[in-house]
Design a protein around this ligand. Structure first.
Ligand code: PEP
Length: 241
């Protein structure tokens, strides 16, 4: 039995005031899904202190443990703030900051070594989908991590399928398109796959969440834009029963 999970990725949005208002307005009464809020680093402590009914996530981490790495944040520092989950391999990190499969895998294991659960993002660009390469791209992104992971390490992971063409664009993969890829990912994970939560991400809103969550291999969502509205995000969480 996989407990649904809905994660809010605020990206580089928000302020102290925004966080204050969001947390006051977020109503998770009756929500059975696990809910994760991933604010920007400076607001982790504020969210940790005030959030009710959700756990804390981070949007990024360093692959290093400590030392002369200006501007970086380690897994141990995140754990110090009670962070439980951390996003790795988000397409914005891959495309804007040049993070390749190997670095993503290093970050994945850095998170796990400190007891954090990585939310590993995979997904194809529009060009790759149109060239019929969606599944091979996803297989490669997965393999970079699964090829280095022990059976035990593969237990402690959440995977988010985020087609790049659906992120922040208002275009959502159809439930059938998303299900096809989720099923493929589960197959790629082998025997352990049936216990791993697979999230869909890409313009999820309260209006399209139900049909996505109804798919047998979709266990929740990674939500960007719609997670900045506490009411809308609460509705999405409520839909993931
Ligand atoms: C994301 O950034 O992970 C995401 C899915 O964004 P959006 O919901 O805005 O498409």
């Amino acid at each position: 039995m996989r407990t649904p999970l809905v994660a809010a990725n605020w990206k580089m949005n928000g302020s102290r005031e925004f966080a204050e208002q969001f947390l006051a307005a977020l109503d998770l009464e009756g929500v059975t899904a696990e809910v994760v809020v991933c604010p920007p680093f400076p607001y982790l402590a504020q969210v940790a202190e005030k959030v009710r009914g959700a756990v804390l996530g981070a949007q990024n981490l360093s692959k290093e443990t400590s030392g002369a790495f200006t501007g970086e944040v380690s897994a141990a520092m995140l754990r110090d703030f009670d962070v439980r989950y951390v996003i790795v391999g988000h397409s914005e990190r891959r495309s804007l900051y040049g993070e390749g499969d190997e670095l993503v895998a290093d970050k994945f294991f850095a998170a796990q070594r400190e007891g954090l659960t990585p939310i590993l993002c995979v997904g194809e660009t529009l060009q790759e989908r149109e060239a019929g390469q969606a599944l091979s791209v996803i297989a490669r992104q997965l393999q970079a991590v699964t090829g280095r992971a022990s059976e035990d390490e593969l237990q402690r992971v959440v995977i988010a399928y985020e087609p790049v063409w659906a992120i922040g664009t208002g275009k959502t993969a159809s439930p059938e398109q998303a299900q096809e890829v989720h099923h493929f990912i589960r197959e790629q994970l082998g025997a352990k796959g049936s216990g791993i939560r697979l999230l869909y991400g890409g313009s999820v809103k309260s209006g399209n969440a139900a049909e996505l969550f109804a798919q047998p291999d979709i266990d929740g969502a990674l939500v960007g834009g719609a997670s900045l509205d506490a009411d809308e995000f609460g509705k999405i969480c409520r839909t993931a029963a």
